[in-house]
Design a protein around this ligand. Structure first.
Ligand SMILES: [Zn+2]
Ligand SMILES: [Zn+2]
Length: 356
């Protein structure tokens, strides 16, 4: 356990509290001020008023998304095409084939979605659908009116708090504006399978675009994971969710150990750094995945929770929507360089988007 301390000024009486960082992070909901005895962090039922996704977005996700938005037509034409084709098709399919959650129908899930929406100060509660599937998964779609799909096996696998985290994660995608581009990415991945047999320069260019999209896709997951812990205020819950998704087993659930899992992430990082081939294999193994591998995901979240602005946000110190600057101004070249992963892909992304 880390012996690092943090000084946190009480939101109520301005007293400076010296707290063990690890203990505070693991007990957000019960950490109180030594003087006035009030909760030091934002209460469980208290919304983050006016919170901007910029308060918690992963830097690479933000930069890549800003770059994508600069491509002419992506904001309007792409939205219109997807809304009238894929989205229309799926809405009709879901309404016929999935179970629609309402205040009367599976109210506990409806209440979770309502709660998380309010906490993240998002205007409208998205419609939630439950679908029967042995693969534990959740997704968000809908460029105009977003909706969330949750598989039955995910509901069976997770505790209520973990499920709330998953819903908050999906809301994070909505708040960060990922949904349009994620939907477009899914379509492109499918097209790639069809045109995968192309030869020559065309194939190479297409491959580079697809890899860049996959890379952004994975980075966007890191932002959504942050939204998850902002709502649940429980880093432990998120790591258990990640472990459960990695294992998928009810039987071993009680035997899972968070510290051992995080240690495995450290081992994986060391293996990657050991030599060039390990690093190359890590890149190859992850390049066509839409989600980061579980140990990396847990490691990234831990890094942000312990060394990023997580504790600031939980004290109410975060970027508000009214304080958002011009996204072009926010675009920082350095953000690309912050990530040590897959520099080749980042470079190709920059080239493709004309940022070089
Ligand atoms: Zn106080
Ligand atoms: Zn996600």
């Amino acid at each position: 356990m880390s012996e690092e301390y943090v000084i946190i000024t009480c939101r109520h009486c301005q007293t400076q509290n010296r707290l063990l960082k690890d203990k505070a992070i693991k007990n957000i909901k019960t950490t109180i001020c030594g003087k006035c005895r009030e909760n030091i962090f934002i209460g469980d039922d208290e919304p983050y008023y006016e919170i901007s996704s910029g308060a918690y977005e992963h830097p690479l996700d933000r930069s890549a998304l800003n770059a994508l938005k600069k491509v002419p037509g992506t904001g309007t034409v792409l939205k219109m095409i997807i809304k009238e084709t894929v989205e229309r098709y799926h809405r009709i399919l879901f309404m016929q084939n999935y179970i629609k959650v309402t205040p009367m129908h599976m109210p506990f899930i409806h209440n979770m979605a309502t709660h998380a929406t309010r906490i993240l100060d998002i205007e409208e509660v998205p419609q939630v659908f439950i679908y029967q599937n042995p693969y534990p998964n959740a997704f968000t779609a809908g460029v105009d009116k977003p909706y969330i799909g949750i598989s039955t096996s995910l509901i069976d696998l997770l505790s209520e708090e973990e499920l709330l985290g998953v819903i908050a994660h999906e809301l994070g995608h909505i708040q960060c504006g990922h949904v349009l581009y994620k939907t477009a990415a899914r379509i492109i991945y499918q097209v790639m399978e069809v045109v995968g047999n192309l030869i020559g320069v065309g194939r190479l260019a297409f491959f580079a675009i697809v890899q860049a999209l996959y890379y952004w896709d994975r980075c966007s997951e890191l932002s959504a994971d942050r939204a998850e812990v902002i709502v649940t205020k429980s880093f432990t819950t998120s790591i258990y969710t990640t472990m459960k998704l990695a294992s998928g087993s009810q039987k071993i659930m009680k035997m899972l150990d968070m510290d051992e899992f995080l240690k495995q992430g450290e081992e994986a990082r060391k293996m990657k750094e050991e030599n060039f081939f390990n690093s190359l294999f890590v890149t190859m193994q992850s390049q066509s995945t839409t989600h980061p591998f579980p140990v990396w995901r847990a490691g990234h979240l831990k890094e942000w929770v312990y060394d990023g602005n997580y504790l600031d946000i939980l004290q109410g110190k975060y970027l508000k929507r009214s304080e958002e600057g011009d996204p072009d101004k926010d675009f920082r070249e350095g953000d690309f360089k912050k990530s040590e992963d897959e520099p080749g892909l980042i470079d190709s992304f920059k080239k493709l988007l004309g940022l070089d």
